[in-house]
Design a protein around this ligand. Sequence first.
Ligand SMILES: Nc1ncnc2c1ncn2[C@@H]1O[C@H](COP(=O)(O)OP(=O)(O)OP(=O)(O)O)[C@@H](O)[C@H]1O
Ligand SMILES: O=P(O)(O)OC[C@H]1O[C@H](OP(=O)(O)OP(=O)(O)O)[C@H](O)[C@@H]1O
Length: 325
Amino acid sequence: MSNLLSAENLNGRLLFAIPKKGRLYEKCLEILSGADVQFKRQHRLDVALVQNLPIALVFLPAADIPRFVGEGNVDLGITGQDMVAEAGENVSSLISEELQLGFGKCSLQVQIPDPSLPANAQKTIKSVEDLVGKKIATSFDHLAGKYFAELDAKVTSARQLSGALSQGETLKTRIEYVGGSVEAACALGLADGIVDLVESGETMRACGLTPIADLLVSQAVLIKSKTPHSRSDTNLIQLITARIRGVIAASKYVLCQYNVQKKDLPQALEITPGRRAATVSPLEDADWNAVSSMVLKAQVATIMDKLEAIGASDILIVGINNCRV
Ligand SMILES: Nc1ncnc2c1ncn2[C@@H]1O[C@H](COP(=O)(O)OP(=O)(O)OP(=O)(O)O)[C@@H](O)[C@H]1O
Ligand SMILES: O=P(O)(O)OC[C@H]1O[C@H](OP(=O)(O)OP(=O)(O)O)[C@H](O)[C@@H]1O
């Protein structure tokens, strides 16, 4: 079978959009591998036919995935919540968020040259209100436009009321679209402030910027079209969603196993209640139970401290390769 993009090859296949590059790409490949979605992506081809399932992966820019999913050109997709919001109400209302994937976590913030830095001592902008009527650079022109349009209206009416503006005068913040390296815009004199994504804050600090407002927080999500195409196989969508949910849960949880005296069991189960319930088994010693429970990886150290403090012993933490929960 040829792997070339043709209607014939895609016929009968579920179309699943994956970011073709960038911050989400590697994590998406890990998830597909964990979900046993087997494929080979040929050089220069943005479509890969899955070998063991009737699925075709379509590699697209993360920003385009909400529109393709919303309009039903593809059935499923992975992208950021920020991209769904940026695509606007007309698109986001056609999409349902199936799963939050726990990676690609970031915030969309308004940033300005940090006024506490000596280099910016002359700058008068300290708040978002100070940016009204000025210039903003961003790749998120829809969200930034919406945010500043509301702020423009608020500040205009406040200044009209105070007499700082006449009734006919209005303030309008200019939103300049830039495709990348937004953080350089203020230093280059292109803008007075920016709206950009922040994760660790390293890029922002390296550019002498500081945040003054949050527009949204985002993470990668699995999205589905609300109006499925006739090609869409609901059972296959459910199967893929369940597999990906299992891969995500396995990366977040570990199995905590320990022995505890029966008298201390109620306390122990408060510490490790499990996702549905902990598994409690009898031991040869009638005064003791063995407990097995899924716990969040991020809480393991605290949970072990607490179990030890109530007298639990033989506490083991076991990694989970994959799961269905
Ligand atoms: N610093 C970050 N940390 C975590 N997630 C991020 C970060 N930057 C972006 N993301 C997430 O990844 C998505 C894609 O961003 P990315 O910058 O990789 O896009 P791209 O434009 O497709 O790639 P590139 O920047 O390579 O052109 C964003 O919409 C956001 O959800
Ligand atoms: O807070 P940090 O951890 O430093 O991450 C934030 C940076 O990451 C993103 O850009 P990316 O590096 O993906 O490249 P881009 O500017 O080309 O979009 C974002 O636009 C910031 O520049």
